[in-house]
Design a protein around this ligand. Structure first.
Ligand SMILES: [Cu+2]
Length: 232
């Protein structure tokens, strides 16, 4: 028994104490401008045939109580934080019916982004980063063509992907240089695991609604904080 207790004590002292989950919800105050139908998509001879319903822009994805999707939540200044992107599973981005899915996604620096073309039409995947060290790329992708693999070396929020063939096609990558981040889901919620206990600045950004930040304390039991952005 004594040996077991000593062993537990040894394990306890060797590994850093990780807190519980950091959770919360991001909401939007005010009414966002209405989304616009993407008419050119429907009238395009090849893409129009693939579409059902009326595709619209998705600048704001907001729930009934203002729950805001596609906001990136980043915990700043975590001691020893560094990217584990090289060993993380790739993030899949697909082009279906001439729309990127997902519209906004989050990856770590060095993490592979696999871009698929599920459409029977030609697309091209044109990235237009604005942070030095992230490379612009422009790759044609044939109908149901081979996947394109991309990654970025520097942190950059809402790094744009566009298709030069179809001027309504955009996707945005949130690239973070450590694992302590989350993108909010359709219910506005987020969960970040594995944080050491401590006080941190947490930054929340949305492509249209801007950025807010607040100080958050994470204890061994975890932490909770809600954020609010203003519709613009
Ligand atoms: Cu396209």
């Amino acid at each position: 028994m004594k040996r077991i207790i000593a062993l537990i004590a040894m394990i306890g002292s060797a590994a850093p104490l990780l807190a519980g989950d950091f959770t919360g919800t991001v909401t939007l105050k005010g009414s966002p401008p209405p989304e616009k139908p993407i008419d050119p998509l429907k009238s395009d001879p090849s893409c129009g045939k693939l579409v059902t319903g009326t595709p619209t822009t998705t600048h704001y994805v907001v729930g009934p109580k203002g729950e805001l999707a596609n906001a990136i939540v980043i915990v700043k200044g975590v001691p020893g934080a560094k990217s584990t992107g090289a060993s993380a599973a790739p993030v899949i981005v697909d082009q279906k019916a001439c729309i990127y899915h997902p519209h906004v996604f989050a990856v770590q620096t060095g993490q592979k982004i696999t871009v698929k073309n599920s459409d029977p039409v030609l697309h091209n995947v044109h990235t237009t980063p604005t942070v030095a060290g992230n490379k612009e790329s422009n790759n044609a992708q044939l109908a149901n063509g081979a996947d394109i693999h991309l990654s970025f070396d520097k942190a950059e929020q809402f790094l744009r992907f566009k298709c030069d063939v179809h001027p309504w096609m955009f996707a945005y990558a949130c690239v973070v240089d450590h694992p302590y981040f989350a993108l909010t889901g359709a219910d506005g919620s987020f969960k970040i695991s594995g944080l050491p206990a401590g006080k941190y600045t947490v930054e929340v950004s949305h492509r249209k609604a801007g950025t807010v930040s607040q100080e958050v304390e994470i204890t061994d039991a975890g932490g909770k904080a809600d954020f609010s952005l203003e519709a613009k």
